[in-house]
Ligand binder design. Structure first.
Ligand SMILES: Cc1ncc(COP(=O)(O)O)c(C=O)c1O
Length: 451
């Protein structure tokens, strides 16, 4: 068969395109992928269209169990609570709840979504800076764990305590210096400047709330396991300070989430396999700190709200090359049917990009643009691909965390999402949108109707 003609390219060598770990454009993973968990890419696209989000149930369960084992082998009292904002598709949450995770939510919407799945209030942790008082009351009546964010929330809880004629049990959220900068200071009470202690004293003085837990989420995609050691030590010290001074028992220490996935963060030189600590390293630091600082016989519940590290690698996005063009500077560009409208995390990562076929010809630096008529719609500005023809499918990963929740209906409809089960069954877990999804909530006043 005659090979198609490919114009030769002259490549300008620019320092920085190559590093000692090989090519930074395709830093890890195989480059040709014809299937996901044994299901052909072609059959997925034929049936569900492109673009398409694909989740692997096998990978999701495997990632969760890795984290669960890492902690439960080292500490006897651990609760895992699924961070809904990371991915609140029913099917994803249901899998993680079936593995034993409770629900960590930060809004009424997420709370209602968890309840709809059958999660009871007492299996829900309600965090976040904005908890409308009426809903806060419902959450308390239903037995949710509340982590207080600020002084106004203390006021609200005291008001609810009066209304219900009860003493409310609640945790308080802290922020602290763990060596991670910029420090997340906007949630909870600051530990170092005494604000957290003032909050405790304020709560004690009114006698309407019983503090039974401490919460802290130090940030996300944390690469320093040492930061958790510092966090844990500070939480334990603060817990004992509260217990010793007042008649409270701190029943849980909630360290939030923040463990990284094996994604390639923009601005980081080393590839994920080199730079990202294993979950065992995190677990070791956290549990060692607990066991060496807790008082004899005291095993408060360790709560982990890991999101990204569990779901990111279980998600793939299949997208199709719709057009190929040359930019004025000579760089090759591909226009895909998926962009930052559905791939919010493109702003953070250089994804692993694989293609669905073998393609001959030299690789060259290229840009991957999404379909939006917006300059910011860049999926990857430093891809390095052979001359792929129109119609090629790109498989982009890991994309399981924060995209399905932060995607937007902007310019285009949001695509379908499927789940590949452990026996290769393929289920549609979210339909592709159509015009009715968007217009269903619009109202055109009679006087403006055109016909
Ligand atoms: C309170 C809280 N818990 C858990 C998480 C999950 O974090 P991650 O996805 O980094 O594990 C977040 C994310 O921002 C959070 O704010």
């Amino acid at each position: 068969m005659k090979k198609p003609y490919e114009k030769p390219v002259i490549q300008k060598l620019i320092t920085g395109y190559i590093n000692k770990f090989a090519n930074i454009f395709s830093p890890y993973g195989k480059k040709v992928r014809k299937e996901i968990d044994g299901v052909p890419i072609s059959s997925l696209i034929e049936k569900f269209g492109s673009p398409l989000f694909v989740f692997s149930e096998r990978k999701l369960r495997q990632k969760f169990r890795e984290i669960k084992n890492a902690f439960t082998l080292r500490y006897p009292n651990v609760e895992f609570s699924w961070s809904y904002k990371t991915n609140y598709l029913d099917a994803i949450c249901a899998i993680l709840h079936s593995e034993g995770e409770t629900a960590e939510v930060v809004s009424e919407f997420e709370y209602e979504k968890a309840k709809r799945l059958g999660i009871e209030g007492n299996q829900i942790i309600y965090n976040g800076p904005y908890k409308p008082i009426e809903f806060l009351k419902t959450a308390i009546q239903e037995g949710a764990k509340i982590n207080i964010d600020h002084f106004d929330e203390i006021n609200d809880l005291e008001k609810i305590a009066d209304e219900l004629g009860i003493k409310i049990k609640a945790g308080i959220r802290l922020n602290m210096d763990t060596g991670i900068y910029p420090q997340w200071g906007r949630f909870g009470f600051n530990l170092e400047n005494g604000q957290a202690w003032r909050a405790v004293k304020r709560i004690v003085s009114r006698g309407k709330i019983e503090i039974n837990g401490l919460h802290c989420h130090i940030g996300t995609f944390i690469l320093e396991s040492k930061a958790y050691e510092i966090e844990m030590k500070k939480l334990i010290d603060f817990a004992y300070k509260i217990e010793d001074e007042f008649n409270f028992k701190i029943e849980y220490l909630d360290i939030g989430g923040g463990f990284p996935s094996r994604n390639r963060l923009r601005g980081i030189y080393l590839p994920p396999d080199v730079i990202i600590p294993s979950i065992d390293e995190f677990a070791e630091k956290i549990c060692d700190t607990l066991l060496s600082n807790l008082r004899s016989g005291d095993y408060p519940k360790l709560i982990i709200e890991s999101g990204r590290a569990i779901v990111d690698e279980a998600g793939y996005l299949i997208t199709t090359v719709n057009a190929i063009k040359r930019l004025p500077d000579g760089k090759k560009a591909y226009i895909l049917d998926a962009g930052v409208n559905i791939l919010f995390t493109a702003f953070w990562y250089h994804f692993n990009i694989e293609i669905d076929r073998e393609v001959n010809g030299p690789c060259e630096p290229c840009v991957l643009y999404g379909p939006l008529c917006m300059n910011i719609d860049v999926v990857e500005d430093t891809a390095y691909l052979p001359p792929i023809p129109r119609g090629t499918k790109l498989i982009i990963s890991p994309v399981g965390a924060y995209n399905i929740t932060q995607w937007m209906q902007f310019i285009r409809y949001r695509p379908a999402v499927v789940l590949i089960g452990e026996n290769k069954e393929v289920d549609l877990i979210r339909e592709a949108e159509d015009l009715t999804d968007i217009t269903r909530r619009e109202h055109l006043p009679e006087r403006l109707k055109l016909k």
